[in-house]
Design a protein around this ligand. Structure first.
Ligand SMILES: *[C@@H]1O[C@H](CO)[C@@H](O)[C@H](O)[C@H]1NC(C)=O
Ligand SMILES: *[C@@H]1O[C@H](CO)[C@@H](O)[C@H](O)[C@H]1NC(C)=O
Ligand SMILES: *[C@@H]1O[C@H](CO)[C@@H](O)[C@H](O)[C@H]1NC(C)=O
Ligand SMILES: *[C@@H]1O[C@H](CO)[C@@H](O)[C@H](O)[C@H]1NC(C)=O
Length: 617
């Protein structure tokens, strides 16, 4: 081993977009509880259309109220669409006007309006399947109109929900059918995390201070978390799951609050009259996505005319142009494999799902996608509570810490995090792969003990080779500052006194020392040399010191805040603290309680972040 680090340590430091869209999500005047079906056809038992390669049923759900002209334009556009001989059912849900204390004149006028709407609907000829009319007895509002519009009767039933001032393109069905065949029935393009498809033009970013929607003209399809309310296709399983989630939350009085979202303000103002805050919150907690189109020139397969109604003072006019046969200048049915599509969150920031490192090479490419200022934060989550880990990730979002990688056992939890866009290293596969390759020099099973140690050792080596500084912590260390704030210009290695963290500066001397260390680790052949908790980098630090490498050690308490059981003198979080930490064995409930007191607990009852925090990218 060569090279001696020096000492000395740096002192430690530590709108208005939405007004129109507000109406799109909050629009309309449909309002719900009891119901009556005026059709003899039961949609549940309706014959299933015959499709290649798979059978599925599409139900078109039109949500209407008292706007006859809008409804007639909507229904006419639906019946002008090309269904290619498929059976498609039409369900029209007509909300009632509110029964308030009004003059008889006004009530007569409203009754007359309702009768006109019903007469029109009754006379409306639907040639493609069943027509079912559902006329409410009282005003139920938009939330119930949407939520009660559909309970999927099978995993092969889809619904297309359109509000009455929407108009669709004659091409819409052709596209929807292609989309369902490609992204639902083709297993290589299927993802259970896609909840549907929006046919409206993407235009709204609900995360405050989020990015502008910018897509290149080659991108016809992409994935975005936000629901569209002007022509939304819903897939059965996620919708059913949402309904159950809504039930649970609504029944227990849990509100769908999500800080940092424009929709949060709407919910606070208009509450249960709208449904979107519920759905948006659900999608956020599950990490689901919606398919969107990007057809350029403000074209879309469905547009809203934003007609005057209870919520519109006056007509705002169509928000986009309908894409029809005459303006079609590309192949509508050309659908890219799912793996080629881009994913965007509520901030319209690109999400990179599926970054799982199983080999050194894969880790190398992940490192390049995450590094920031030539540095990387490695977090060991072996044995950590899932909620604690999620809380940590929510902090990273708040603090705009994006250069982290989680290292843990290959569990469902780890893979779900990767699926949601968090880069991870599957320590089990990594170890097995490299042991099989004999890169690590271990063949026997006692090496199992060394798994976490070795994964850390090799990942740090990779960081050094790439010229990245690395900060390594366990999940009991909640990092509150950027990795670069840990840098100690005078030392290659810098660690906490109780080894809560370990910082490795990228330098040729550190690289040389590290290479020597790996040889030493190989010589030990899995014999654990040190007592106590030596499951990961702690072992490496001790081994370095045993071999005479100088490591700058600093008391964690001087740079961070400790969470401990003694409630009497819990200090408050002073500015400049770089971390909150606790020792192994501290109960999760206690940690949560303390972190709550310090305002460092930022997950909700669903174990998802209580806020969306956008940073311009
Ligand atoms: C599709 O439906 C037809 C008629 O109901 C049935 O005979 C056929 O087996 C179904 N095919 C599939 C793949 O479910
Ligand atoms: C409804 O109108 C009646 C008669 O004008 C009045 O007595 C009553 O207070 C009104 N109720 C409400 C809720 O305004
Ligand atoms: C399924 O999707 C893959 C990838 O897009 C494609 O190569 C394949 O042809 C599709 N299969 C069918 C039956 O369309
Ligand atoms: C609480 O305060 C006492 C007296 O200042 C100190 O001795 C003790 O170590 C503190 N406890 C913890 C856990 O910091």
């Amino acid at each position: 081993m060569a090279g001696l680090p020096r000492s000395l340590l740096l002192p430690i430091i530590f709108t208005s977009i939405g007004l129109i869209i507000l109406f799109s999500l909050y629009q309309s005047t449909h309002h719900i509880p009891s119901a009556e079906f005026t059709s003899s056809n039961n949609p549940i038992k309706a014959p299933i259309a015959r499709f290649a390669p798979q059978n599925f049923t599409l139900l078109i759900k039109v949500l209407a109220f008292n706007r006859l002209d809008s409804l007639s334009r909507c229904l006419n556009s639906l019946s002008s669409a090309n269904y290619g001989g498929d059976t498609v059912h039409l369900h029209i849900h007509i909300d009632h006007f509110a029964l308030t204390n009004e003059s008889l004149n006004v009530i007569d006028k409203k009754l007359e309006e309702s009768r006109k709407v019903l007469n029109f609907v009754d006379g409306f000829d639907w040639k493609f399947g069943n027509k079912v009319v559902h006329y409410r007895t009282n005003n139920v509002g938009l939330q119930a109109q949407w939520l009660e519009a559909w309970w999927p009767s099978s995993d092969h039933e889809f619904s297309f929900i359109v509000e009455d001032d929407v108009e669709v393109s004659p091409l819409f069905y052709k596209f929807v059918r292609g989309l369902i065949v490609n992204y639902y029935y083709n297993v290589s393009n299927f993802s259970p995390f896609i909840y549907g498809a929006s046919l409206q033009r993407p235009r709204f970013v609900p995360g405050k201070h989020g990015n502008k929607i910018q897509l290149d003209s080659e991108t016809h399809l992409f994935l975005y978390q936000l629901v569209g309310t002007w022509g939304q296709i819903l897939f059965p399983k996620p919708w059913k799951e949402f309904r159950l989630w809504y039930d649970l939350h609504k029944s227990k009085g849990i509100k769908p609050l999500l800080d940092g979202m424009v929709t949060n303000g709407w919910y606070k103002r208009i509450g249960e009259r709208i449904w979107t805050p519920w759905f948006i919150k659900f999608i956020h907690s599950r990490g689901y996505f919606n398919i969107y189109t990007n057809f350029q020139h403000e074209r879309a397969l469905s547009v809203s005319h934003r007609d005057a109604g209870v919520n519109y003072g006056k007509t705002a006019g169509p928000d986009s142009q309908l894409l029809d046969g005459s303006s079609l200048d590309f192949n509508l049915l050309e659908m890219q494999p799912l793996s080629n599509l881009k994913w965007y969150d509520y901030c319209f920031r690109e999400v990179l799902p599926g970054r799982v490192g199983r080999t050194l090479d894969e880790v190398g490419s992940i490192l390049r996608t995450v590094q920031e200022d030539q540095s990387v934060l490695l977090v060991n989550i072996f044995g950590a509570s899932d909620t604690i880990t999620r809380n940590m990730l929510c902090h990273f979002e708040r603090l705009n810490i994006r250069n982290y990688i989680l290292i843990g056992p290959g569990s469902d939890f780890l893979f779900d995090l990767a699926r949601r866009g968090h880069p991870v290293i599957d320590a089990d596969q990594f170890f097995n792969y490299h042991r099989a390759q004999k890169v690590m020099g271990f063949q026997h099973s006692s090496a199992e003990l060394m798994k976490n140690i070795l994964v850390n050792a090799y990942v740090i080596k990779k960081c050094l080779e790439n010229g990245y500084d690395s900060l390594i912590v366990d999940a009991n260390m909640l990092v509150l500052s950027k990795v670069q704030e840990f840098i100690d210009p005078a030392n290659d290695f810098y660690a906490g006194k109780s080894l809560g963290f370990f910082f490795v500066k990228s330098s040729s001397s550190a690289q040389e020392i590290w290479a020597g260390l790996l040889k030493k680790v190989a010589v030990t052949k899995g014999n654990v040399l040190f007592q106590g908790e030596n499951t990961d980098f702690v072992y490496l630090v001790k081994l370095l010191e045993q071999n005479g490498v100088r490591i700058h050690r600093v008391d964690e308490a001087s740079v961070g805040i400790q969470i401990h059981a003694d409630t009497s003198n819990q200090s408050s979080l002073e500015a400049g603290k770089k971390m909150a930490y606790w020792f192994a064995g501290t109960g999760v409930d206690l940690i949560q309680k303390r972190l709550q007191e310090l305002s460092l607990w930022v997950v909700d009852g669903d174990s998802s972040c209580s806020a969306v925090v956008c940073h311009q990218s």
